[in-house]
Design a protein around this ligand. Structure first.
Ligand code: GYE
Length: 345
């Protein structure tokens, strides 16, 4: 600050306030930055503030590397931390809660300034979060929520509205089959059991389709958000059920695995079996543009830039909104074809 003079300081303040405003308004789901971590969109305040930023140490515990979404999310966080000049202590939990708890404890021991993590499942965090609180280290949830009753255990939750994503999937399906005279047999590939996106995408979808009694979920099982499991479980679904009309996959990777199983069974994905998925990563969008996935609900992984801003605000003692929702859209096959060339992740 000292070096930049009065004009610079005023500009910096204006930019920080604009950024804070963006976060503050995002509770309505309309303003949070989409594609938020691209270098060009990073606030100038961060660039001008590197000397100060360098003293910030952020401990981040990632879920794993289970999907294309996760890889894009990891890259966004690493790139944005670098851009902001923070020291990032990054830990990959390989989809195991015990590894995340260990990582959080190690961040506490190392006395990082802020801890952030994407909780693999929703429950079982109170003890370690209390330890962080007792050590005076603020915690930011990104991407996935926890079910702790005591919301003072974390400062904010930055991420998507997964229930809404499930609803969007259900709304598309309801519209497609609004005139159905017969039962529509749906199979569901759930995300990681107990995770916020699996719980919420399941409930949002169920809430919407229940209005049409012909829309029937005949099988629902976890594919752990991976291609390999998606393929394996779809194979089992196909074996056990002769007449599957629709697949609802909680992410693109499981849908892509399932497509392999459907093709191996001599069926046409997108035609013989309609497919809905969530994420809209490049591979998913590619399959959609080829007509193999019929509808994708977007889930934006580029949370890095917003996270770094929130961390800075916390360190600076500024107020932070308790819930920051990312803005997202949906894609039909046609729309996927159009959007694919400029897709960032
Ligand atoms: O949809 C899936 C990933 O938590 C939103 O996790 C995230 C989900 C995403 O493995 O692909």
């Amino acid at each position: 600050m000292k070096k930049i003079g009065k004009m610079g300081a005023a500009l910096l303040l204006t930019l920080s306030m604009a950024m804070l405003g963006a976060c503050g308004n995002s509770n309505d789901g309309n303003t949070a930055a989409k594609n938020g971590n691209s270098a060009t969109q990073a606030p100038a305040a961060d660039n001008g503030d590197k000397t100060e930023g360098k003293s910030i140490t952020l401990g981040f515990s990632q879920v794993g590397a289970e999907s294309g979404w996760r890889s894009a999310n990891t890259k966004s966080i690493q790139d944005s931390a670098k851009e902001a000049g923070y020291t990032l202590k990054f830990s990959d939990a390989q989809q195991k809660q015990e590894n995340q708890i260990k990582a959080l404890r190690s961040f506490i021991q190392q006395k990082v300034d802020v801890i952030s993590f994407s909780p693999v499942v929703e429950s079982g965090w109170d003890t370690v979060l209390k330890e962080a609180k007792a050590a005076g280290i603020p915690v930011v949830l990104t991407d996935r929520a926890v079910d702790s009753k005591d919301t003072s255990l974390y400062v904010t939750f930055l991420g998507s509205d997964f229930v809404e994503e499930g609803r969007k999937a259900g709304q598309w399906l309801t519209e497609q089959y609004k005139d159905a005279a017969e039962d529509v047999n749906i199979v569901e590939l759930q995300g990681t059991t107990g995770s916020a996106p699996a719980n919420d995408r399941m409930s949002g979808f169920a809430e919407v389709i229940k209005d049409n009694p012909h829309l029937k979920i005949i099988a629902s099982q976890t594919g752990d958000f991976t291609r390999a499991k998606g393929k394996e479980v779809m194979q089992a679904f196909l074996k056990a059920n002769k007449d599957i009309d629709v697949l609802y996959a909680h992410n693109d990777d499981m849908a892509l695995g399932a497509i392999q199983a459907i093709e191996a069974a001599g069926l046409k994905p997108g035609q013989d079996i309609k497919i809905i998925s969530v994420d809209a990563v490049k591979d998913g969008m590619q399959a959609a543009s080829e007509g193999k996935i019929n509808f994708i609900v977007e889930c934006n992984p580029l949370l890095g830039s917003q996270l770094m801003q929130v961390v800075k605000d916390i360190v600076d003692g500024k107020a932070v909104e308790p819930r920051i929702v990312t803005e997202e859209t949906t894609f039909t096959s046609e729309q996927a074809k159009e959007a694919l060339p400029s897709r960032e992740y």
